[in-house]
Design a protein around this ligand. Structure first.
Ligand code: SF4
Ligand code: SF4
Length: 379
């Protein structure tokens, strides 16, 4: 049986799915007599946490964002100290749901392989990767799964987790599995046909999806969302009733949206449509400009791709940035806030929280409560 001196289990989690997987691992290690500590990435200090010994085990549970780990997790991996011979186990989660009796699986894609690849350069021994289907939770664009539905998905993931850990601790195969073959096929397909997709998703998550979120008139200015944000991306702005303002380091983890006690946070679909339109208008203007250069003697050399990109950069990006400031100001006007709020489905769709989890567990700000690992919580 595989044995370790201690297991350091890190997790990055917006709504609790990856937290649950990390907590399952912590419990599984302790049940086998291995001391384990569960820590959110946002509060981790790996130089202190991970001893320089070959019988150390480091585990990382995190959500998949467009086929990659979230940017904060990639940065965390790059900052990890060198630890020669320490074991590393990668546990990405991916969104899924049932259609009737059939589970529609997600795909972790490169998120299964990138962390072990990075840490191998720092001396760690990659021991395996297992991805888990957890309840789909992008509640800014789709309704949350009902608690019963989410409970079914989590129960299935838990059964897979138990099987995988029996194999892992029993020195069985954790790399050469059907699950990793599935992720490898996805990875090859993405790299072959849409290689820019993972990168675009990271950029979009940061510069677009967080920029269409806002708080409506139900917001009491309590500041819970800002205090709970793992990226420190929310600042409270305003005097009488301060409201959250989304900065560019928002990773679209959706913790704020799903944990606001007044369900006052949502994503404005009309504003998202406006931003797309703005992008199309700028692209059209850039293309027209590029073609017009052909008509002006001496400017023909300017016609082409880079002119389009240049005009786009000079026009679209500044306007895009200014548009968000405008969005924030408009949202301070009660009438417009109500209009944007009533036309944004996410305010009516409900919230998602991984079954049996609570905010203090995700923020790591309490050690008093052991995490629940129930599969039938209230979502
Ligand atoms: S959006 Fe919600 S959590 Fe954030 S300050 Fe307003 S009421 Fe509090
Ligand atoms: S602002 Fe909200 S969605 Fe963005 S990283 Fe913070 S908690 Fe997550």
């Amino acid at each position: 049986m595989r044995s370790f001196r201690q297991a350091t289990v890190y997790f990055a989690s917006g709504t609790g799915n990856s937290y649950l997987v990390g907590a399952w691992f912590r419990d599984a290690a302790e049940a086998r007599g291995i001391p384990a500590v569960l820590t959110p990435v946002a509060r981790a200090d790996p130089r202190r946490d991970i001893a320089a010994a070959p019988d150390e085990l480091v585990v990382l549970a995190f959500p998949t964002h467009g086929g990659l780990p979230p940017w904060s997790v990639i940065k965390f991996l790059l900052r990890m100290p060198r630890r020669k011979g320490a074991g590393f186990l990668c546990l990405p989660t991916r969104g899924s749901f049932f259609v009737g009796p059939l589970l529609v699986p997600g795909a972790a894609i490169l998120a299964s392989f990138l962390p072990p690849f990075i840490l191998a350069f720092k001396g760690y021994r990659p021991l395996g990767a297992v991805s888990f289907d957890m309840p789909a939770n992008i509640t800014s664009v789709h309704p949350p799964l009902t608690s019963r539905h989410a409970g079914r998905v989590v129960a299935r993931a838990r059964a897979k987790f138990d099987r995988s850990m029996d194999r892992f601790f029993g020195k069985g195969r954790v790399w050469l599995t059907r699950n990793n073959a599935y992720e490898a096929i996805w990875s090859l397909a993405v790299l072959r046909f849409i290689p820019l997709f993972p990168l675009l998703y990271l950029v979009l998550g940061r510069f677009f999806m967080g920029k269409v979120m806002f708080a409506n008139d139900r917001c009491t200015g309590c500041g819970i969302c800002a205090a709970a944000c793992p990226a420190g991306a929310l600042v409270m702005v305003g005097r009488n009733v301060p409201r959250p303002y989304w900065r560019y380091n928002c990773e679209h983890c959706l913790r704020c949206l799903n944990y606001c006690p007044h369900q006052a946070i949502g994503a404005s679909l009309p504003w998202a449509a406006f931003l797309w339109w703005l992008g199309s208008a700028a692209a059209l203007a850039a293309a027209v400009f590029s073609h017009l250069t052909a008509l002006v003697p001496g400017l023909e050399a300017w016609r082409g791709y880079w002119t389009v990109e240049l005009v786009n950069s000079l026009v679209y990006y500044p306007v895009f940035i200014a548009a968000y400031a405008l969005f924030h100001v408009l949202n301070r006007i009660k009438f417009l806030n109500v209009v944007l709020s009533r036309t944004s489905p996410s305010f009516f769709l409900g919230q998602y929280r991984a079954p049996g989890t609570a905010l203090p567990q995700l923020t790591g700000r309490t050690d008093a409560s052991r995490p629940h690992t129930s599969t039938t919580g209230d979502g």
